[in-house]
Design a protein around this ligand. Sequence first.
Ligand code: AP5
Length: 192
Amino acid sequence: MNIILLGPPGAGKGTQAQKLVEERGMVQLSTGDMLRAARTSGTEMGNKVAAIMDSGELVTDEIVIGLIEEQLNTATGNGFIFDGFPRTLGQADALGELLASHGQSLDAVIELAVNDDVLVERILNRAKEAVAAGGTARADDNEESLKVRLMEYYKKTSPLIGYYYAKGDLKSVDGLGAIEEVAAEISTVLGG
Ligand code: AP5
């Protein structure tokens, strides 16, 4: 089974992807995590995307499609969870083509529906908790970058809701409940 978790920053995509990995042995493909790993290891690509990510803007389609293609060629498991990808219509078309070229398809696109006030609260709380625990907050978990992240989402990513609805793949889940409640709803959508 291959699924997309779709939603704005703080919707819970990463949190729910982790639960699916634990419960179903699926493989989480998070482009955000891949890009942060590239930055930490100091690759040329990582250095190139650092300032863009910190500002809250999206990196180019070419870079993230390349990262996903690499994973589809190498990763194995009980299906893929696309977390934070696709984020543009170009990425969505590319994913369809990549899956088809691997003899695969999408089984569901799960939209985590939340409201903006909750997103801001979750992200700023995560930053506070990281600092309180003696660490550092994600460089884009601050009010200024978050405004840009939300704007990027509404301008470039939210059209994917209509795109996947029209394809008949979209399922909407209430992302405002407790983590376990959201997980249970996703499980129901995926057929238990
Ligand atoms: P990415 O890493 O994908 O970040 P994001 O989507 O902006 O947001 P988050 O990871 O913060 O949100 P999430 O929905 O995963 O929520 P989470 O589970 O973490 O991308 C970062 C950057 O990389 C982008 O801005 C861009 O620059 C670049 N990038 C990545 N992919 C790209 C692409 N495809 N194209 C171009 N550029 C790309 O939860 C958030 C918090 O809420 C946590 O503290 C969690 O504990 C809490 N929480 C989660 N669920 C609940 C719940 N149900 N109740 C209460 N709290 C909850």
